[in-house]
Design a protein around this ligand. Sequence first.
Ligand SMILES: Cc1ncc(COP(=O)(O)O)c(C=O)c1O
Length: 407
Amino acid sequence: MNRLIAPAMLTQTHAKAGRLADLEPVAEDSLIGLIALVNADSRPDKIDVGVGVFRDGVGNTPILKVMKEAELRLNATQVTKAYLGSAGDKRFAELLRPILLGHHAGDDRIAGLQTPGGCGALRLGFELIAKANPGARVFVGTPTWPNHPPIINAVRLRIEEYPYYERGQGVIRFEDMIAALQSAEPGDVALLHGCCHNPTGADLSEDQWREVVRVVSERGLTPLIDIAYQGFGRGLDEDAFGVRLMLDACDEVIVAQSCDKNFSVYRDRVGCFFVKTGSKTKTDTAMGHVFHRAREMWSMPPDHGAAAVHIILDDPELRARWLVELRAMRDRINAVRQRIAAADPRLAFVGRQFGMFSMLPLSKQQVLKLREDEAIYMADSGRFNVVGMGDGQIDRFTAAIIEAMDG
Ligand SMILES: Cc1ncc(COP(=O)(O)O)c(C=O)c1O
């Protein structure tokens, strides 16, 4: 085992001193590996539905026009790049509150801080749980975003799986999910996707959210909601339904938010962490731990993206323009979904789902064959990004996957 991640070995004085040269190779992240494969393929008609970025009708991931404008304003008005502190841009976090928390925005038992993307917020959430309850088990849906388990492992919390999705049938295994959550003990964690589930696209209905919230609250679980695609599903408010319902019912809630997708600033690393406890004093104490961890890990978050989002949300005209561009992204996602769904009855489930991802009932061999024969790149699991391709590529894509499903 890798010495740098085996805590027991670090404390064994008799252990042979490790050298950097002794490190064993780490398995490559398969989605990052996929990007390299796509780049190396010189076929002009290749289709990359592997990577998780929004693409427009001609296959580009443009910078939003409103973001360009905000960056120009930022450039013209910023007079210093002095340190901001571990909380980052406080106004940024304040402006996000009504968008995410809705009628809970004014609740002083909820505090937040800017993080390096949704990943930073997730890491802080699990760090906080590990500090409060190192024995907590984290209930994680199967399948989930592949970066969840490594983040949870990094803070040494135990993972328990709950069934989430039946790939062949395109449905949520709701009864199994509830049964698994019923088996959790008070203080255990339920990791939930706020909307636009990655990798399946299968979101809980409002009634299903009500049931999950009931179980979480009755069992005394701590919900950690990962919301990385707010506004990509049904709308900003609709996509925050689960977050707000959970806040209605529970005293302790953690939310990890990413703005990297809905502001299209992926590489700028824009995210926000929120925590609620039963009182303002206890939330302040929890935030003390959060600041401490943030300081250890990244000291303070990168400023640029959050500063630009701050400018957009603080200006009514820019905010309105952002809503229009966000809507255009959402409309494209939903239109492409309908087009794929209409191509074959076996793909109808794609049209009932939300967000950028969906999972095809294809084996790994079929996925590899699509890569080789058709230059179509998707994750080994059959996850594909519905807006990974331009409009002109959709028919070729659906024809190829229908042929693959026909076997
Ligand atoms: C479900 C989910 N959570 C969190 C993230 C992290 O987002 P960020 O790039 O802002 O760290 C992603 C990104 O792909 C995601 O899909």
